[in-house]
Design a protein around this ligand. Structure first.
Ligand SMILES: [Ca+2]
Ligand SMILES: [Ca+2]
Ligand SMILES: [Ca+2]
Length: 131
């Protein structure tokens, strides 16, 4: 019984520390901000995010996202997105580069080409890094 309580407490402490925003967020922010100018530009974002999120979203592995794939990947995260706006070249499919820049601009709320700590915090809070 005491043992179980202890496990429970240890478990929730772990959950708390995993979910704890500020410290974790700052760590990732610092890691992604390669030139340490307190802002994450699109190139740093692409490097930080890598291709795992796109690959996970591209469920049929055709190197592009259909509207259904995009909505399945982002719908739960409450990301404001517009499929046709993200489809920069208007060919009706979203490629990885379009996905990355779409996601980036969705979080670069003031559209200054840099994710500051608050904007990045919103991105992190959406849980993409845990997918
Ligand atoms: Ca930077
Ligand atoms: Ca696909
Ligand atoms: Ca910004």
């Amino acid at each position: 019984m005491i043992n179980d309580l202890f496990k429970l407490a240890a478990g929730s402490a772990l959950a708390l520390s995993l979910a704890s925003g500020p410290l974790v967020a700052q760590e990732a922010f610092g890691e992604w901000d390669a030139d340490a100018n307190a802002g994450i530009d699109a190139a740093e974002f692409n490097t930080g995010l890598g291709n795992e999120l796109f690959a996970a979203a591209d469920t049929d592995s055709d190197e592009s996202l259909s509207e259904d794939e995009l909505s399945a990947a982002l719908g739960d995260q409450d990301v404001p997105y517009d499929y046709s706006a993200w489809d920069g070249d208007g060919d009706g499919i979203i490629r990885e580069s379009e996905f990355l820049s779409g996601l980036y601009s969705a979080y670069d709320v003031d559209a200054d080409g840099s994710l500051d700590e608050e904007e990045f915090g919103n991105f992190e809070a959406a849980g993409f890094l845990n997918m």
